[in-house]
Write a protein that binds this ligand. Sequence first.
Ligand SMILES: [Zn+2]
Length: 213
Amino acid sequence: MVSAVFLSVIGVVAYAESQVASIFAGSAPDLIDSGWADCDTPITWSMDASRITAADARTARAQLTKDLSKWAEVSGLDFQFVGEVPVIYNDTTYVVTSEVHPSPRHIYIAFLRDQDSSLLDQRTVGFASPTRVWKDSKQIVEGSMVLGIEYVKRASAQQRSAVYLHELGHVLGLGHGTEPENVMYYLVDGNNTLSPGDVEGIRNLIKACKEQG
Ligand SMILES: [Zn+2]
């Protein structure tokens, strides 16, 4: 992975019930034209659930699995849960990383308290982005997703699903959609049904699988 670019400027934020614009656009030039590849081996994912209860972690894992399968169904990508992996959160880059690399293509998901991140508050309830992309093939190989515990606790199951789907869309490389029917619309409320625009968006991003040195 030595020639993978580490994207140091990340800022993809889901705003619940606010009019604040996304800071995704233009924040990471290396992401332009990048996407995950449709390979035979699945993209693995893990959770850091150390700040939530075991029961909440089970609920979250089940919901995230469902929401990932929605993206899988329309994109051809495959995802595999590999367990709980502790992560380190950097409040300057806003990404979670780990010394544990379960596979060459991995998504780290963490639940943080509002006090753990300067981005999280009443309105900003999650943020996510690709974090590693190959320079030559533009294949994304790592992603980071943070979810605010306070929101997850007060939201309905459908609202949680909407935020998970939205943030997963960012991890998969999508920016914001322009239509309220888009799961990727910058305001996230309870929409957990992928719209034609979301589907077209993700399909446009998928790369052919290439071996990387
Ligand atoms: Zn967003």
